[in-house]
Design a protein around this ligand. Structure first.
Ligand code: ATP
Length: 906
């Protein structure tokens, strides 16, 4: 829709076949069909075919397919069939896992689509951003990401940051007038809002002109569409490791190949051996398996209210050393109720009950009280749905702090709806967490309806306010900066030092009892000021303070203890008063002395070194502005910490980006914070962060376990193949046996290790070192474990071979190696606990996988046609038992190691 910006807004609405009250469901459906969903087409989306193709085009599979073709040419159809069967099985297994992971990830992505407020048939409803259609009336608020291109039809201090589109990082002031210029640059179309830009301030309403790929961002979407994630550190580690092992394998393959030929082995046999060996030695599937484990882990985390937006987060969570959390709503419940009113010289217990209870108010003159409650309800963007029955919960829409004020007024019979008719808002200066206050200006109607609504203008007139009144509410300290008078009953006094210290004292006494305190003030406003369309916060008359209770959430205290035991520091960062913060922190045993609270101002001017010293020991920060959060994260990171940081407001985005794990609030958070976050808490609850860390550690643990398992098994085969010839056994394992071990018998148990439950001590040990290679101090261990398994299987085979060189010596090597791998997986399950004290019930997949692999192995030894395929020989019962017993050696060795280190620990 070109040049919508040049049209009168009514005309724009008409052209788009819409109305100010919005579209009807039928129109929405039609438009959805005609214009499609409001999303940018995803180029990198992986269809099942793409996944399959990727599977089939992996180096390993290509080598195998090549081998199958060559063996077919040579006439070894038997080998061809087996190789192809192995390829097929492996592909099915790999594909189904990867497909599942892909589905899990795209489900997570879908959940991250922002919600949008639109007006449809006169009602404001919340829908998913993808359901927005041209002609929809969209409501924009600070923190929203603009969901589609739109012509603005109403704005109030609306500022939009359009860097996604124009590269300009300064937010642009928007309006709803006409633009005369014929072809203004995108950045100059001040009456338009464009998809993917960010509302940083104010409010507005717009009518959608274009959605999806037809938007301005859609046109350049190809440039920004590379949404593919980079590799996680773990995957990078593994890639490197894979390369090293590949080179090593090439060398060994060459040696085996040449040695074999020199000894006069058959060329074809040596070829197949080399191929199988290469497949065995190169763990090239590992990065994929890691992705799968991370993605499925992320899916599990969602069930525990943590929505992972970036896979790296799963891994990083395990290394978190500090959690910086907001207070309001994350640590506390955010179910705010006004429990105390404090007017100059008068304190009123407002009760704790939920039902309206006006009797508790004094009978005497309540004029100041009415002005105060009116101001609280009007200087306010929240609304409540009054309870139908007594004792029922009130439904609040908007910020809970503001909702509490609307409800407080409602309890004494002052309804916000009536007030708004009597005193409609004409101007406003929205709340932001830097100023910590908000102002609205209201016109006073001459003939208002409703008793109380009529009273208030009357009271205001007594103070000489005829046409316009401004209400400012906010943190008391911040409010006092702009007040110069104070209301006491009906009298206005200058706000001298005496009054100031009395107010500060009251504020402190409320805050130190854990209350969140909000002050309120008013003043007359001149017509000229309204016409200038800006309101200044100055010369205000202080009325009083609201005290609100917001108790800590259940379980937070325990979670903080859990985090502490896990070597993680919890830091509370809040915009609230230091005394309120101190009270809550002390009740959660985060600090033992309330004077340990630092404020934003305390740290503002510190040098890096000084700041680092403060952040090293401070657990509670109050009166913090978003830029302080950034400083705190930076300082903690300089000291080597891995920081998880929560945030909900528009200005929190930079701090979330800077943190190692940016955590956004699913319920109260803004789109912008969700967009930059690595993780979103769907329940806004602090305890969810701690459970996510636990989950992250578990996943990392399991990944480490299956990497160890797979590599140890591979080393086992490598050692067997490498050492065999030195003992005179030129080919200890037949090529297809190698493939069998690799792709069947150790694949299944490895996958099952990915779903191991957390170990008992998972939150009792320090965070995973973040820079550590996944393989740190594990490299020698796996080589050694491989060597031990090789020694037992090769040794057995050697003794059998000495006994009868035509006997089943090779089958003994083969089986012993397979069995030892199955014992190894059982031993690896737990890092410290004995196998005999680890329940089998906690991972039934593993039991099934081990049992399945065992049966498969028996089938290769005992089913005639399998025997032929895999060149095995029949094992007698005694031989089988010997093979199993020797295979179990690795488990016993592990048991001894675990027992020894347990003794050392105790
Ligand atoms: P947290 O960072 O823990 O979520 P917070 O929500 O208290 O803390 P802010 O939203 O920055 O942090 O609020 C800071 C202060 O601003 C509050 O203590 C309160 O006094 C004041 N305040 C909060 N909301 C409003 C509002 N809607 N209007 C006016 N003042 C407000």
């Amino acid at each position: 829709m070109e040049s919508m910006y040049r049209l009168e807004k009514k005309e724009a609405i008409r052209r788009l076949n819409s109305r100010e009250e919005g579209l009807s469901p039928v129109e929405v459906r039609e438009r959805l069909e005609k214009f499609g969903r409001n999303e940018l087409s995803e180029k990198n989306k992986r269809s099942p075919w793409k996944i399959l193709l990727a599977q089939l085009s992996s180096v390993m599979i290509i080598i195998l397919i090549a081998a199958a073709i060559i063996t077919a040419f040579i006439g070894e159809i038997r080998d061809t069939i087996v190789v192809l069967a192995v390829v097929t099985l492996n592909t099915i297994l790999g594909f189904s896992q990867e497909y599942k992971a892909e589905k899990a990830m795209s489900a997570l992505k879908r959940l991250s689509v922002p919600k949008v407020k639109v007006r449809r048939e006169g009602k404001t409803v919340e829908i998913s951003a993808v359901e927005v259609v041209p002609g929809d009336i969209v409501i924009l608020e600070a923190g929203n990401i603009v969901p589609a291109d739109m012509r603005l039809i109403e704005t109030s201090n609306l500022k939009i940051q359009e860097s996604a589109l124009t590269g300009e990082s300064e937010a642009v002031d928007k309006h709803s007038g006409i633009i005369e210029d014929k072809n203004p640059a995108l950045g100059d179309r001040k009456n338009m809002a464009y998809s993917s830009t960010v509302v940083t301030y104010g409010r507005g309403t717009g009518i959608v002109t274009a959605t999806g790929m037809s938007t301005e961002i859609g046109r350049i979407a190809t440039m920004i569409q590379d949404t593919r994630e980079g590799q996680t550190p773990l995957q990078k580690n593994l890639d490197q490791l894979g390369k090293v092992l590949a080179l090593l394998a090439m060398g060994i393959v060459a040696v085996i190949f040449v040695m074999g030929l020199l000894r006069g082995e058959d060329l074809e046999l040596m070829f197949l051996t080399a191929v199988s060996f290469a497949v065995a030695a190169v763990p090239e599937g590992l990065p994929t398996v890691v992705t799968i484990a991370l993605a499925l882990g992320a899916q599990r985390m969602l069930k525990k209210n943590a929505l992972i937006r970036k896979l790296t987060a799963v891994e990083t969570l395990g290394s978190v050393t500090v959690i910086c959390s907001d207070k309001t709503g994350t640590i506390t419940e955010n179910r705010m109720r006004v429990t105390l009113l404090e007017m100059a010289g008068r304190r009123l217990d407002f009760g704790k009950e939920d039902e309206p209870d006006p009797e508790s108010l004094p009978e005497d003159d309540n004029r100041a009280l009415e002005i105060m409650l009116t101001g609280g309800a009007l200087c306010n963007d929240a609304t409540i749905k009054p309870p139908v029955q007594k004792k029922q919960q009130v439904d609040m829409i908007g910020d809970p702090t503001e909702g509490a004020l609307v409800y407080a007024a409602y309890r004494v019979g002052i309804e916000k709806g009536d007030l708004e008719q009597a005193m409609p808002r004409v101007l406003e200066k929205p709340f932001d967490s830097e100023r910590k206050r908000m102002t609205t200006v209201h016109a006073i109607e001459s003939d208002p309806k409703g008793a109380v609504a009529a009273d208030v203008p009357e009271h205001l007139r007594e103070h000489g306010i005829e046409k316009y009144v401004a209400f400012t509410k906010g943190a008391v300290d911040s409010l006092m900066e702009v007040c110069d008078r104070v209301l006491e009953g009906d009298e206005v006094h200058p706000l001298d030092e005496g009054w100031k210290s009395r107010i500060v004292e009251s504020n402190n006494s409320m805050a130190s009892n854990g209350m969140r305190v909000l002050g309120i003030a008013f003043r007359p406003v001149e017509e000229s000021e309204v016409e200038s369309e800006t309101v200044e916060e100055r010369d205000l008359i202080f009325i009083g303070m609201f005290g609100m209770m917001d108790p800590a959430r259940e379980g937070v205290k325990e979670s903080i203890v859990t985090a502490k035991e896990a070597g993680i520091r919890t830091i509370m960062i809040t915009g609230d008063h230091p005394l309120t913060a101190g009270y809550i922190a002390a009740s959660l045993t985060m600090i033992d002395d309330r004077s340990q609270v630092k404020t934003g101002r305390d740290i503002e001017l510190l040098s890096n070194d000084e700041l680092d010293r403060v952040t090293a020991s401070t657990s509670v920060y109050a009166r913090v502005a978003p830029e302080h959060k950034l400083k705190i994260v930076g300082s903690l990171q300089r000291q080597g910490n891995i920081v998880a940081m929560t945030g909900d407001g528009v200005n929190d985005a930079p701090a979330l980006k800077q943190a190692d794990i940016g955590v956004a609030m699913g319920i109260t958070g803004t789109d912008v914070t969700k967009e930059v976050a690595d993780m979103v808490l769907t329940d806004d609850n602090f305890t969810t962060i701690v459970s996510a860390v636990r989950e992250g550690r578990t996943i990392y643990d399991n990944i480490q376990k299956f990497i160890r398992y797979i590599l140890a098994s591979n080393f086992g085969e490598i050692w067997v193949m490498l050492l065999g010839p030195f003992m005179g056994i030129s080919l200890p394992l037949a090529p297809l046996q190698i493939l069998w071990i690799n792709l069947i018998t150790d694949g299944l148990p490895a996958l099952a290790l990915a779903v191991e439950p957390p170990e008992d001590d998972i939150m009792k040990r320090p965070p995973n070192p973040s820079q550590q290679h996944v393989f740190a101090n594990g490299g020698w261990t796996v080589t050694l474990i491989g060597l031990i398994m090789a020694a037992f299987s090769l040794g057995t085979g050697y003794i059998y071979w000495l006994g009868d060189s035509n006997g089943p010596w090779r089958t003994m090597i083969f089986s012993t190696l397979v069995f030892s791998q199955l014992f190894l997986v059982m031993a690896i399950r737990s890092r410290k606990k004995s196998v005999f004290r680890t329940s089998l019930r906690t991972n039934k997949f593993l039991v099934l996988a081990v049992a399945g692999s065992f049966l498969l192995q028996l089938s290769v030894i005992y089913i005639p046609f399998m025997k032929r395929l895999f060149s095995t020989q029949h094992l007698g019962l005694v031989d089988l038992i010997i093979s199993i017993a020797l295979g179990s050696a690795i488990l016993w060795l592990y048991e001894i190691k675990k027992a020894l280190s347990a003794r050392r620990r105790s």
